[in-house]
Design a protein around this ligand. Structure first.
Ligand SMILES: *Cc1c(COP(=O)(O)O)cnc(C)c1O
Length: 366
């Protein structure tokens, strides 16, 4: 079966290095927020081209902590996309702020700038971009938009490790970027993990206080914080896995290239290819198919397990009944949710598996 991930097939030398890292943490006698977290934070900020990285418990907490570090909360609106992981919106809600959903561009799956414009009110404080599927947004446009509108530019980079625009890495464009190291992400730990990256001294200071009960000095609490700390085991594993991120990313890009040149079926639409300025990292390779309900079993018959990211847009989630959104509606996000399908695209895929996927998609007749 060709599936969306295949961790058991990772190189033996990587697994060996991870086991050594685990042993060294176990024997060290220090398990939460220690030297290994510090080391990984230094490595990750360097990779992102930011001054700071702050390790936290997960990607959703990174969003909450980032918003709270900026003083964004009750009464403040944050514009984001309706086509994202639920955690994007839950992070905004957890910070006490109000999410406002913009529609997407059907050709890219990413938040549409005209729709974001329509979402602006006097209470809007920030735009939280999501580089969905590892596809970096058009950052030239968004930087200008946020400057003109006097809004904070924030980035949810949970799917976009090392994606870049004009060589500048995701998460380094605005106030902060929020990363997840959930196991399936392009850089994944072996449990939960996350980080905030920023160039701001005050966000760095605040985030470090917030992640640790709101402690600004030992046993002294100025604010109500969270318990959202990265542990030494995950940090040590991430420091091993970060060494492989570049080659794993190259592999994802090579698979995407093969799909772009090989997939040829009038019933299947591919998202827009990257421009010269974009460097996508293909966390997922998503296509759009009218008859998705028929393609899924067809692929399964060819031993291919595809995914759907995401079948229900945020504005159709039962818990989001009263959520605010673009006054013109969210038609593109609704359509995309009905037609999107994620093909296997992970670093352990063999050439013959890639060919199998291409041939199966091309053989599909709805
Ligand atoms: C995975 C993900 C998150 C949440 O990360 P967790 O570490 O699972 O909390 C947030 N946003 C997006 C776009 C994601 O894909």
């Amino acid at each position: 079966m060709i599936s969306l991930n295949h961790f058991q097939a990772e190189p033996e030398s990587l697994i060996r290095a991870e086991l050594d890292a685990v042993e060294s943490v176990l024997r060290s006698g220090w398990y939460v927020l220690g030297d290994r977290v510090q080391t990984f934070e230094d490595e990750w900020s360097k990779s992102c081209g930011t001054r700071f990285a702050i390790g936290v418990g997960n990607g959703m907490d990174a969003i909450e902590i980032g918003l709270r570090a900026l003083g964004i909360g009750s009464g403040d609106e944050v514009i984001t996309t309706s086509m994202t992981a639920f955690a994007t919106v839950l992070g905004i809600l957890r910070a006490g702020a109000t999410p406002v959903l913009a529609d997407i561009d059907l050709d890219t799956g990413l938040i549409h700038i005209d729709s974001a414009q329509r979402c602006i009110t006097s209470r809007t404080k920030a735009v939280l971009l999501v580089h969905l599927y590892g596809r970096i947004c058009n950052m030239a446009d968004w930087v200008q938009f946020c400057q003109q509108q006097h809004l904070y530019l924030l980035e949810d980079c949970a799917q976009s490790h090392l994606a870049s625009w004009d060589g500048k890495v995701a998460g380094s464009f605005g106030e902060w970027g929020a990363y997840s190291f959930y196991p399936t992400k392009n850089l994944g730990a072996r449990g939960d993990g996350g980080a905030l990256v920023t160039n701001s001294d005050s966000i760095n200071d605040q985030a470090k206080i917030l992640r640790n009960y709101g402690q600004d000095a030992q046993y002294h609490h100025e604010i109500e914080g969270l318990n959202s700390r990265l542990d030494e085991l995950q940090a040590a594993l991430l420091s091993v896995r970060i060494k492989w991120l570049m080659s794993f990313t190259d592999k994802r890009r090579a698979i995407a290239d093969a799909y772009y040149s090989g997939i040829d079926n009038p019933g299947v639409k591919l998202l827009r290819r990257e421009s010269d300025r974009q460097h996508h990292v293909y966390h997922l390779f998503v296509i759009q198919v009218e008859s998705r309900d028929k393609l899924l079993p067809h692929l399964r018959n060819h031993n291919i397990r595809a995914g759907i990211h995401y079948p229900i847009p945020i504005h159709h989630q039962p818990v989001c009944r009263t959520i605010q959104y673009d006054p013109n509606g969210l038609a593109a996000a609704t359509t995309h949710a009905q037609h999107c399908l994620s093909l296997p695209c992970h670093p352990q895929m063999s050439d013959s598996e890639i060919t199998t996927v291409i041939e199966a998609v091309n053989a599909f007749r709805p």
